[in-house]
Write a protein that binds this ligand. Structure first.
Ligand SMILES: Nc1nc2c(c(=O)[nH]1)N[C@H]1C(S)=C(S)[C@@H](COP(=O)(O)O)O[C@H]1N2
Ligand SMILES: [Mo]
Length: 501
């Protein structure tokens, strides 16, 4: 007999138990999901954090700039595979008991060990009970089918392996059916609708944004309907207002500790603020606007009396970022968004908004403002990004319409942080003749985007290019289109194919 043959003879008896263990692992993570949903207590969450911590920076950068959402999904799939493997290993003593025909022992071990592993990983009883029940159910089915076939070889029969896998799939499908696959709460899906119980200033400002939005087919209005989300988590922190507090520490005269009730006592402001990620592609869509409500950071800083000139903002997900205190001073501690409590995906209960700066310093799930007098490296700086400063100027070309033969409508949004947008210019065909686009009337605020629209006649294929001019008169920069490391530079160009009939 060939050596390969004998090897496969030695491997084969283990294949059944291994598959049952994998099924138990999958059912455990599915049971945990069924019990707690896509929450930090889900047993996959700690694996997700591990995958992120263990990934080389270059890989993370590639995932963010090149793969985008797919990068997140790959990391997530890795976390799920790791969780299933570890929980499967935990279930292995139970699986071996199935093989030995000790059904009851199998179910008890198969439930208790993955349950204990889950308690250890998440410190949450509900999650552990879900995991234990899922894995236990798989062993119950596998054991039942093994016993009934009374397999002489004591190797689990094919039907018990299939039964185990089917059970795992069943638990998983039930979880997805009941909990859905999205994040705990879909943020901003109904962002633009004004809540019935909206305060009067919110109603007025949101109505104004609706009225001032240019009427262009397919173009996002001035308050984003689907606000982008960028963060280091696949499972976002879930911090309740009751559990939240903010401390102001470090180089300050009076350290502060503020709970949510105390924050709500302080003066409140409604502000339109646009955010853009430094990783956003030149014509990408990681740029959005909302009406935020919260407390000016200055209120809290005044009580603390800072004695340093830089701050580190810390968050519940371990994220942190450092930048000049002067940039934070005009900022907002936001706890409302478009007339509703701040959604989980955008930093519930409180996030920082830093006027005119790249998204990454707008720390979500904010827990601490640490004043320092030295320059340290924040989360993304350690990974090679330079995204703690003011945003670059950009005009997006997000919509191309052909309303009638020979007629072309171009439109998009333009943003330059606190410099504001003075003009958007369009060039048709060549880059030496620029014409002014129509702009939406400015919304109140120092850090808000504008929409632009340009309509013209043409019957030939050509290239259209757009660029913005900021409030200081500076024209949008040309340069490296790659967002890494300090934001995409360049002008957006698109091929235009007018309808001729
Ligand atoms: N705690 C925390 N805050 C964070 C991040 C994060 O990963 N963790 N990501 C930052 C980045 S890179 C961006 S672009 C903005 C995005 O905010 P949004 O998800 O509300 O659009 O949040 C910033 N704040
Ligand atoms: Mo970002």
């Amino acid at each position: 007999m060939l050596p390969g043959g004998s090897l496969s003879d030695r491997v084969r008896p283990w294949l059944g138990p291994a598959l049952i263990a994998v099924a138990a692992g999958i059912a455990a993570l599915a049971g945990s999901f069924l019990a707690v949903g896509r929450q930090p207590a889900w047993v996959v969450a700690p694996f997700d954090a591990f995958v992120l911590a263990a990934s080389p920076d270059a890989l993370i950068r590639f995932a963010i700039t090149t793969l985008g959402e797919l990068g997140h999904q790959l990391a997530f799939a890795t976390a799920i595979a790791l969780a299933a493997t570890l929980l499967g290993i935990a279930a292995l003593p139970g699986v071996l008991a199935v093989r030995d025909g000790r059904w009851l022992t199998a179910v008890v071990l198969g439930a208790v060990l993955p349950g204990l592993a889950t308690i250890g990983l998440t410190a949450t009883a509900a999650s552990a009970i879900g995991a234990g029940a899922g894995a236990g159910l798989v062993l119950l089915v596998a054991g039942g089918l093994t016993r009934r076939t009374a397999d002489e070889s004591h190797s689990p029969a094919r039907r018990s392996v299939l039964g185990a896998l089917a059970t795992a799939v069943g638990v998983g499908a039930t979880g997805v059916l009941i909990r859905g696959t999205g994040p705990g709460v879909r943020a901003g899906a109904d962002g633009v609708s004004i809540p019935d119980d909206a305060r009067e200033p919110v109603r007025t400002l949101m109505t104004r944004a609706q009225r001032q939005s240019l009427d262009v087919d397919g173009l996002e209005p001035l308050v984003s309907t689907d606000f982008y989300e960028v963060d280091i988590n696949n499972v976002d922190p879930d911090v309740t207002a009751e559990d939240w507090s903010l401390s102001v520490t470090g180089a300050v005269k009076n350290e502060q500790e503020l709970d949510f009730a105390a924050l709500q006592e302080l003066p409140f402001e409604d502000r339109f603020v646009t955010l853009r990620c430094v990783g956003d592609g030149l014509n990408g869509d990681q740029m959005d606007n909302a009406l935020w409500g919260g407390v000016p950071v200055a209120e809290v800083l005044e009580m603390a009396e800072p004695e340093g000139d830089r701050v580190i903002l810390h968050a519940a997900d371990g994220y942190f970022n450092d930048f000049p205190l002067a940039a934070l001073e005009p900022g907002l501690l936001a706890y409302r968004m478009n007339g509703r409590p701040l959604p989980r995906g955008h930093g519930k209960p409180v996030r920082a908004l830093v006027p005119g700066h790249w998204g990454e310093v707008n720390v979500k799930w904010l827990t601490e403002i640490e004043v320092v007098d030295e320059d340290i490296q924040g989360y993304w700086e350690k990974r090679g990004w330079h995204g703690t400063g003011p945003v670059r100027t950009v005009a997006k070309l997000w919509q191309i319409n052909y309303p009638s033969p020979g007629r072309v409508e171009l439109a998009g949004h333009a943003y330059a942080g606190t410099r504001g947008i003075d003009a958007v210019e369009v060039s048709i065909g060549s880059n030496d003749e620029w014409q002014d686009a129509e702009l939406s009337a400015p919304l109140p605020g120092d850090d808000v985007w504008r929409q632009w629209r340009f309509t013209y006649e043409s019957e030939e294929s050509h290239l259209a290019t757009v660029r913005a001019v900021d409030g200081t008169g500076a024209v949008q920069e040309l340069g490296d289109m790659d967002p890494f490391p300090s934001g995409a530079k360049g002008w957006v160009s698109k091929p235009i194919e007018p309808k001729t009939s």
